[in-house]
Design a protein around this ligand. Structure first.
Ligand SMILES: [Zn+2]
Length: 90
């Protein structure tokens, strides 16, 4: 049973103790602006991340003046291990 909110296949479920009510599961396509700004996870390219939610969970990194939002706790260590690889430095 992996976290359904993250499709990147991470299996470390160390922080899944809090059962959140998934209020965003049935978000209509035109809800942009009501759920906050989104970004793309730099580790799992193509994975959308809601900035406010990521920040609330500590799933973000500030690197060289740029903030990056992560899709799940598993992406934090990956980003930390090689931020230059994930940061859009070019
Ligand atoms: Zn992830």
């Amino acid at each position: 049973m992996s976290n359904p909110s993250c499709g990147c296949g991470h299996s470390d479920n160390t922080q899944t103790s809090a059962p959140e009510s998934l209020t965003l599961t049935s978000t209509p396509a035109n809800a942009e602006g009501t759920i906050g700004e989104t970004a793309e996870c730099p580790v799992m390219a193509g994975t959308p991340v809601i900035k406010a939610e990521a920040e609330a969970k500590g799933l973000y990194r500030d690197y060289e003046g740029q903030r990056y939002w992560l899709c799940c706790p598993g992406c934090g260590p990956k980003f930390d291990a090689n931020p230059a690889q994930y940061a859009h430095a070019g």
